[in-house]
Design a protein around this ligand. Sequence first.
Ligand SMILES: Cc1cc2nc3c(=O)[nH]c(=O)nc-3n(C[C@H](O)[C@H](O)[C@H](O)COP(=O)(O)O)c2cc1C
Ligand SMILES: O=C(O)C(=O)c1ccccc1
Length: 381
Amino acid sequence: MAGLPIPLPAGDNKDKILCIADLERAASKKLPITAREFYNSGSTEQITVNENSTAYAKYRVRPRVLVDVSKADPSTTCLGRKVSFPLGVSPAGLQGMAHPDGEVATSRACARKGVNMGISSFSNYSIKDVRKAGLDIGPISHAIQLYTLKNRELELSIIREAEAQGCTAIFLTADSPVLGVRYNEWRNDFRTPKGLSFPILKRTSEMIQKQTHDDQFMSFNDDAHNWARDIPWLRSVTKMEIWIKGILTAEDTLKAIEMGCDGVLVSNHGGRQLDGVPATLDALPECVAAANGRIRIHVDGGVRSGTDIFKALALGAEYVWVGRPVIWALAYNGEQGVDVMLNTLYSEFKRCMQLTGCNSIKDITKACLGLVRSDGPLARL
Ligand SMILES: Cc1cc2nc3c(=O)[nH]c(=O)nc-3n(C[C@H](O)[C@H](O)[C@H](O)COP(=O)(O)O)c2cc1C
Ligand SMILES: O=C(O)C(=O)c1ccccc1
């Protein structure tokens, strides 16, 4: 899952956590197989989930040397706040299955590192608990992830609660009118484990036990969702920023601009919805070109190292989000695991900036990358 294999030394210390692949291995040892397969799988043939990571290996970094990088600064801004580096935690549901502290632990670790977080509608903790946990540590912006729900009153009540708790943005997930084809969930008859609830959606543990993940998802999500009906409605009921999560084309980027959205999250749901759609890194350039600076473009999917973050920025993303690395970190060691994950990506990203002669985020441009060709030298972008 995590990009290309990183060789392990033959000697001792195999269990040291030095990179995201180490966290994935550590999580695999701790998670029951049904949970591990639920978290790690993509849909159908697993093409997109795998390609999300391997797409990064097609690019090479073009470093500039003999640059004074003693004051290199990876900080930037995101959702109205200064962040320590251009990485956030994507909204991923069911974090309580990876560790009892779930989203509360994630929020604390994000605030400690100075990065932002998306809260899934399927969080195992309330918006209030997740916000408070982060804010007790330090400043943090949260986006509330929403689906267009069949139950509009419920959707509106989530929006009002997100506003009351000080969330900055809505991430409207647009790639999930129905769930993707998930063989693992169906074979395992995957259900949310006992004791976990979905407070944002007002579902108790007893209620969700009765349904498979697929049935639950279908019972909430409105497959009649559409731009013309839903975006003006959202705009009319809230002043929070509206971001569309799950865009993969220039056409839909233009649509998001036309509808007055604040940003686009180029995403394929971690390869869990329609298999066979492009890796997000491969979809990114056409979205960036279509946007032409008129709307913010972020990306998630398959980011597993600081150099991956650097490559996504060089291809025009303003900010990058990660999903599964958070789950693995939680499974490995709860809040401290997420600290390790964020510190690892921060340190890798900063070193990558320094080793390429970049002193600030604005120095990371397409001149910093080349595309590997099978038939000749590196192609300039
Ligand atoms: C276990 C899991 C749960 C997820 N839950 C949600 C969700 O509730 N809402 C949503 O919009 N995306 C969800 N996603 C997708 C993530 O927000 C994100 O797009 C994806 O994980 C990024 O890819 P990565 O895992 O390769 O980093 C989920 C992903 C995973 C792996
Ligand atoms: O499985 C998913 O991809 C997803 O979006 C989700 C939704 C609800 C709970 C957990 C994950």
